[in-house]
Design a binder for this molecule. Sequence first.
Ligand SMILES: [Cu+2]
Length: 163
Amino acid sequence: MKIKLALAAAALSLAACNPSEPAKAPAAETPTATAAVTATDAWCRPSPNGAKAGGCYVTLTAATDDRLTGGSTPRAGSLQVHEMKTENGMMKMAELTAGLPLPAGQAVALAPGGNHLMLIGLTTPLVAGETVPLTFQFASAPTITVQAQVRQPAMDGMDHAAH
Ligand SMILES: [Cu+2]
C-alpha cells in the first residue's frame, strides 16, 4: 500500500516537473518529410444511362516533381488517365500510359476538353448528387483518396472561358 502510493506520487511529480518535455512531439510537425500531392475540386460527370465509362476531373498539386501514374475506384473496373488529342481534325482520347507530369508547386487541372480521368467498366451509373471515392497513384508521392462529387458541368461541353 505504501509502495503503491509512493509510486503514484513519483509519477505525478515526474509529470509535473516536465511540463516542457518534448518527448512526444507529433510527427505531423514535419510535413516536408513526405512529398505529398494535394487534390482539389474532384468531380465526375453523371454517366448517361447504360454507359460503361464515365469522366472525372480534379486539380492536382505536387510538392515536388511527380507524375500521376494511375488510380482506382470501387465504382469501376479501372481508372485511367486520358488526354485529348487531335487526329485528322478529330478529337480523340488516349490513355497517358507514361502518366501525367505534375511539376512541383504547379496546379495541374484535369478538366473537360483536356486531360481527364476515365472510369472504365462502371459497376453502377454515376448519379448527380452522390460522391465517388477516387484513389490516385503517383510516381513518388503516397497514394491519396478523394471524394468526387457527381454533378453536371457548369456549362456542358464548355470550359470556363464564358464566365
Ligand atoms: Cu477518356
